[in-house]
Design a protein around this ligand. Structure first.
Ligand code: C2E
Ligand code: CA
Ligand code: CA
Ligand code: CA
Length: 279
């Protein structure tokens, strides 16, 4: 670095300082956002391939901050995980989902199914089950209105504690999904050990499904395997009609992606539902 001259060096230094400043600001603002319950959820519909009905939504967190602007979950969730702030963030999110669930009930929306993304850090906390139970009870919201999305990384260790928690969640009435399936770990042993309902095929497999035979073969195999294990399959990140047609041919159960809708604020989602049912 020395040979590059001081100009280059100070450039790096400035960049480093800017990064540091942003992290400090992020930390500060994140703590305030937790305090003020400033996270919102957007909802992306999941469509049944067989009936064309909307059979649920995935809740995706959105954070708009005065000083930082829109901060994507891809930026602040990993930071929150590194600092332990993910626990209160996650609790805010679950609480907000309960409030939104009650709003959907008030609008007479039938068969509400809200999928929550649960960070492995929260899941592995010793009081995770208790914390989620309390939030639902406080809001008077039944667990059957919710689905829990966990990544392969969260459940890969087939520890007794993981099985115990998954069984408890099922008994409480939650449905369980494996998110980003195919991107994490090679071991599939957890699939037969755990009481799972859905596999969500990662969008990276769906992307070139129409042009790449290899991707097609993998998706086809995942669907066959999931069905033999009595699990349903959700394809994520579906953007084009020919992807929908191919996935239908392959027997995929549900489709989620921009092809049907982006994640929407609650009110827009309710409008979307009304429009959808008219079709
Ligand atoms: P994910 O759970 O795999 O969520 C899917 C991501 O793909 C979302 O990005 C969604 O907006 C985006 N997406 C949906 N359909 C399409 C499509 O057709 N094409 C493309 N290109 N993208 C599509 P988002 O909302 O930015 O979230 C990114 C990640 O952040 C999520 O990945 C999840 O890992 C995490 N995340 C989001 N919300 C939460 C939350 O409430 N709690 C936790 N713990 N993590 C969350
Ligand atoms: Ca997800
Ligand atoms: Ca995913
Ligand atoms: Ca993902």
């Amino acid at each position: 670095a020395k040979q590059n001259g001081s100009g280059q060096l100070s450039f790096y230094f400035d960049e480093l300082q800017t990064d540091k400043k942003r992290v400090l600001l992020l930390d500060n603002e994140l703590r305030k956002a937790i305090e003020n319950d400033s996270f919102e959820l957007h909802y992306q519909p999941k469509v049944s391939v067989e009936t064309g009905a909307i059979i649920g939504v995935e809740a995706l967190v959105r954070w708009h901050n005065e000083k930082l602007g829109f901060v994507s979950p891809g930026e602040f969730i990993p930071y929150a995980e590194d600092t332990g702030l993910i626990i209160p963030v996650s609790e805010c999110i679950i609480n907000r989902a309960c409030q939104d669930c009650l709003k959907l009930e008030a609008q007479n929306v039938k068969n509400i199914s809200i999928a929550l993304n649960i960070s492995s850090i929260h899941f592995h906390q010793s009081n995770f089950i208790e914390s989620i139970r309390q939030i639902l009870e406080r809001n008077n919201c039944p667990a059957r209105h919710f689905e829990i999305e966990l990544t392969e990384r969260t459940v890969m260790n087939s520890e007794k504690d993981t099985i115990r928690k998954l069984v408890l969640l099922k008994q409480m009435g939650f449905r369980l999904s494996i998110d980003d399936f195919g991107t994490g770990y090679s071991s599939l042993s957890y699939l037969v050990q755990f009481p799972l309902d859905y596999l969500k095929i990662d969008s990276s497999f769906i992307q070139h499904i129409c042009s790449l035979n290899d991707k097609q073969a993998v998706v086809d195999a995942i669907i066959q395997m999931a069905h033999r294990l009595h699990m349903k399959v959700i394809a994520e990140g579906v953007e084009q009609r020919d992807q929908v047609q191919l996935l239908r041919k392959m027997g995929c159960d549900m489709i989620q992606g921009y092809y049907y809708s982006k994640p929407l604020p609650l009110n827009e989602y309710i409008e979307f539902l009304e429009f959808w049912e008219l079709e």
